[in-house]
Design a protein around this ligand. Structure first.
Ligand code: M6R
Length: 622
């Protein structure tokens, strides 16, 4: 997830700002989307002038202060959350092509960039970065000649060759006053001004300058000049956008109109899962985890996996244990990073350490990974932050593509981590021959349906919010789950503790009779995550019995069950149904109502859900 802004204006129309002012202001507002590097390119005096710098926007501003840009009324700006290529000056956008005549910025992932790059290399094109974006820029440069110097036509020709998700913005030295953009499965909004027009990843990219905006459709190209805009599809046929007025203030615009980053991030989850899946399998359903960097022969010899993580990331690891053991028949241990190295763990060269960390900077996990490496284990990092320390120090990395997570309480990173562990499990099963290719293809097809199913839950969030508000005075909430529902229950409890400061505990439902049931008294709220009735038959009926047991002792039973599960109805005060999915994938759905519940309850109590007391987003001390 990156932030993108584009501008075309005339100095006669606006006396108080030039392109650079608009770009920097837009990037400041979009920095929540990515902040590992930033860059701008402007068109002036028949040339492209670009500046880019790793790190936060302030680094770019310092760079421009040292080496000022010429006055310009046309430009593009980018703030990056790295996917292909680590965060560095070289990988920062814009990328130049065609001998520096054009500049391009990009949000998304171009799945087929490797093939196009090979073709361009054969043509003699030189690349300066590791990014897929530079490949798209070079492709645009190549087809520009075929389009007889028509930049919009060239963009049409270029995007017809691209697969994946992308928003691309380009400027060319021969077209002052023109910005051309294309979008597929990645956001882009057009802003309309008087004698100036804007483009942004969202309206916060231009909210300081105009409130008139146009929503663009999928697979559309838009060309802006100071006093015109035109929209087409990828074949050049005219298309329409939908105009609307932005009625948010600037602060809520950054949160997409949501009251908090946490709520926004909960609603980002269909994209977080879809983006993490993107580009990881070929058309035949064969997983191609090119970034893994451990030779397949070595991975095939693994005899044990140890997952190391803390907090929410450790619960993602617990879900992974069920999936990987089931698909690959390799033993998987899940251990809190801070416990691991103090107990002389048994690991060797045939152990695969899988660390899971949103930030990639959690000190406990970093120390545990270093310790495991010293013992000769292979280390693989599942991480959301490109270029952070843990993936840098690991033998291999599998990035999640959730985009930056701003709220302290992890939500979209959790779902993206689970998704990545599924990909890893399927990849190992493919390598080791534990699953037939048809089985892997079927699971990938089920995973591909998950984003729409999460959206279905989000569309019904009102039911959960009503419940949460009615429970704002609760003193304690318990969560029960079994099998993959157990880590979901733990995560539901953690969310409530973290942001609503309510005592909450998650238990394995089977453990109830071994102690926790003594906690149940009249009115005690108990969430129960119920496995699918279509799954292992005994599991479902055992959890339904657990609901009856706590209800008989006065508990208020709040149930998350699968669509069509009529067995739970008679024993529940409240039921929320999630769409059907295979049992192992269920955490990607069942977690979402619990996140919404915690977020709404904490909001109803008047707490700052984004920055809960005593907590830091990244725990960089042991
Ligand atoms: O950045 P990491 O994933 O390594 O962070 C691990 C935990 O600190 C983190 O998941 C924490 O538990 C969150 N606040 C949970 O919402």
């Amino acid at each position: 997830m990156c932030g993108i802004v584009g501008y075309a204006g005339t100095s006669s129309a606006v006396a108080d700002h030039g392109a650079l002012d608009v770009l920097i202001e837009g990037l400041r507002r979009l920095e929540y989307r990515g902040y590992d590097s930033a860059g701008v390119a402007v068109v002036a005096d028949g040339a492209i002038h670009a500046r880019k710098k790793a790190g936060k926007l302030v680094n770019l501003e310092n760079e421009i202060a040292q080496e000022p840009l010429p006055e310009s009324m046309t430009g593009i700006g980018h703030t990056r959350w790295a996917t292909h290529g680590g965060p560095s000056d070289g990988n920062a956008h814009p990328h130049l092509a065609d001998g520096g005549k054009l500049a391009m910025i990009h949000n998304g992932i171009i799945e087929n960039f490797a093939g196009i790059k090979a073709e361009l290399l054969a043509d003699g094109v030189e690349f300066l970065s590791e990014t897929d974006t530079e490949v798209a820029a070079a492709l645009l440069g190549k087809v520009y000649a075929e389009a007889d110097g028509d930049l919009t036509r060239a963009m049409q020709l270029a995007v017809q060759r691209l697969e994946g998700a992308f928003t691309l913005l380009a400027v060319h030295q021969d077209h002052p006053g023109v910005v051309v953009a294309a979008r597929r499965n990645s956001p882009l909004v057009l802003g309309l001004g008087d004698g100036e027009n804007f483009l942004g990843s969202d309206v916060s990219g231009f909210i300081d300058f105009t409130r008139r905006a146009v929503e663009l459709g999928q697979d559309q190209i838009v060309t802006i000049t100071p006093d015109s805009h035109s929209i087409t599809d990828f074949d050049g046929n005219p298309a329409e956008g939908k105009e609307f007025t932005v009625d948010w203030d600037a602060a809520s615009a950054e949160k997409g109109g949501f009251p908090s980053f946490m709520e926004k991030e909960i609603f980002d989850q269909p994209a977080a899962v879809a983006d993490t899946l993107l580009g990881r399998a070929d058309a035949e359903g064969r997983l191609t985890l090119d970034e893994l960097r451990i030779e397949p022969e070595k991975l095939a010899k693994i005899t044990k996996i140890v997952v190391l993580a803390c907090g929410t990331s450790a619960y993602a690891g617990s879900v992974a244990k069920y999936a990987i053991e089931s698909w690959c028949r390799i033993p998987v241990e899940v251990e809190l990073s801070h416990e691991f190295r103090y107990r002389e763990p048994i690991v060797d060269k045939n152990t695969l350490i899988v660390s899971i960390s949103q930030s990639g900077e959690t000190m406990d996990t970093l120390m545990a990974v270093r310790y495991a490496k010293e013992q000769g284990a292979k280390t693989l990092s599942i991480c959301n932050t490109n270029g952070s320390t843990i993936p840098r120090e690991s033998d291999a990395v599998l990035y999640t593509h959730a985009g930056p997570e701003i709220a302290v309480a992890s939500t979209k990173a959790f779902l993206a981590q689970i998704t990545a562990t599924y990909l890893l499990g399927l990849y190992l099963a493919q390598l080791r021959g534990n699953l037939f290719s048809g089985q892997i293809k079927d699971i990938l097809a089920d995973l591909a349906k998950i984003p729409a199913k999460i959206q279905d839950i989000l569309d019904r969030s009102g039911e959960i919010k009503d419940l949460a508000r009615s429970m704002a005075e609760s003193k304690s909430v318990l969560f029960l789950g079994r099998h993959v529902g157990y880590p979901v229950a733990m995560e539901g409890a953690l969310k409530l503790k973290e942001i609503a400061y309510i005592h909450a505990e998650g238990f394995a439902a089977g453990e109830l009779k071994h102690g926790p049931i003594a906690l149940i008294e009249e009115g005690q709220p108990v969430f129960v995550v119920v496995p699918s009735p279509r799954g292992r038959d005994s599991l479902h009926s055992k959890v339904v019995s657990n609901i009856q047991e706590v209800r008989a002792r006065g508990a208020k039973t709040l149930v998350i069950a699968e669509n069509g599960d009529s067995a739970v109805k008679d024993y529940s005060e409240w039921v929320f149904y999630v769409p059907e999915t295979p049992t192992l994938l269920m955490p990607l759905l069942a977690t979402v109502p619990l996140q919404i519940f915690a977020c709404e309850l904490a909001t109803a109590k008047g707490y700052d859900v984004d920055q809960p007391r005593n907590l830091a987003k990244s725990v960089t001390v042991e």
